[in-house]
Design a binder for this molecule. Sequence first.
Ligand code: AMP
Ligand code: MG
Length: 376
Amino acid sequence: MSALNGRVAAADIRAPVNLPPFPSSAMDGYACRARDLAEKSHLQRVGESMAGHPFEGSIGPGECVRITTGAAVPDGLDTVVIQENTRVEDDRIEILEAPAAGANVRATGHDVKTGEVVIRQGQRLNPMDVGWIAACGIADAVVVELPRIAVFSTGDELVMPGEALNAGQIFDSNRIAVSALLSALPARVTDLGILPDDPDRIRTALLHAAAEHDLLLTSGGVSVGDADYLKEVVDSIGSLDLWRMNLKPGKPIAYGRVAETPFLGLPGNPVSTIVTFLLVARPVVLSLAGTEPEAPFSTTALLEGSLRHNPGREEFQRGVMRMVAGERHVRVSGDQSSNRLATFSGADCLIRIPKSSVDLPEGAAVEVLPFHGLLG
Ligand code: AMP
Ligand code: MG
């Protein structure tokens, strides 16, 4: 059943039973009739109702049963006196303080009624949801198939981490980061390795992958360099619908189709790859997974130190938050060059700087997007 965690409900899920399925006690004490409490200071204990072991006898006026939390309140009884408000002399129970009628009894269906929707179609199940449907007695649910996502890196300079670096080479980090980011989303990832800067090989690989995937996700090769072939290849075998966003980092980003399969070309600089994944690829993946992506959670924080920004492009810098005297502060996590993955280490949010903004002084209120709302 925990296999349902993170999956998207394909249809509304309704409660097959009332919860609780019977009137049950919220406390340990004595189940009785409210009418008796109004008239008597002592009740006669005639039995007990324990969780999983209901009382099965009959109960006359002036009588009560010992009851534990979660146990069934016997037919005819309506109120539970908590044990702290009683004094016990063998089977004679003195009521020291009478509660209101109906106190400490959870009615049948108090939590949910038979037929009520407990999970909506398109809802992504979190661990609490998984517990909730289990409580309703549901062992299995119809979920949306995971979208199949093909992940490529591109570039003749890339080698796998762990291999030796030759002259001019660097390690491929984007594919590893993107696969890890996808692993927290409802998606099935195929790692298709590194594509060389060779249009024929890129064409063949993309066409092949398109036949078996719901999204092609690449990084690199979408800028204006001489070895940036992705755009022209996609244009020649499908359509290139968007290229470049007014975003920093991440301006060179491409969106289109290869045959019928959506293609998303993230920029190659590792910081740009991750930021555009979070802001652009993540909602695309969620919507392919059958759930409506919501705007990521954001809040405000007071800037520690100043921040440089030229108007013209919306920018997302990496930040580190902390609480100071009950207020959220944020500072920029060092030099923000788009190749410097080091700016992510220790960072816990993106700082959003609107397009029109100029340099921001110390103490300015800024919008921050905590990573916990973006990762997963
Ligand atoms: P490109 O747009 O392909 O020119 O890539 C921009 C920059 O990002 C270049 O410095 C590339 O070497 C670097 N880069 C591209 N892909 C990767 C990758 N998978 N891992 C690390 N760096 C990359
Ligand atoms: Mg490249």
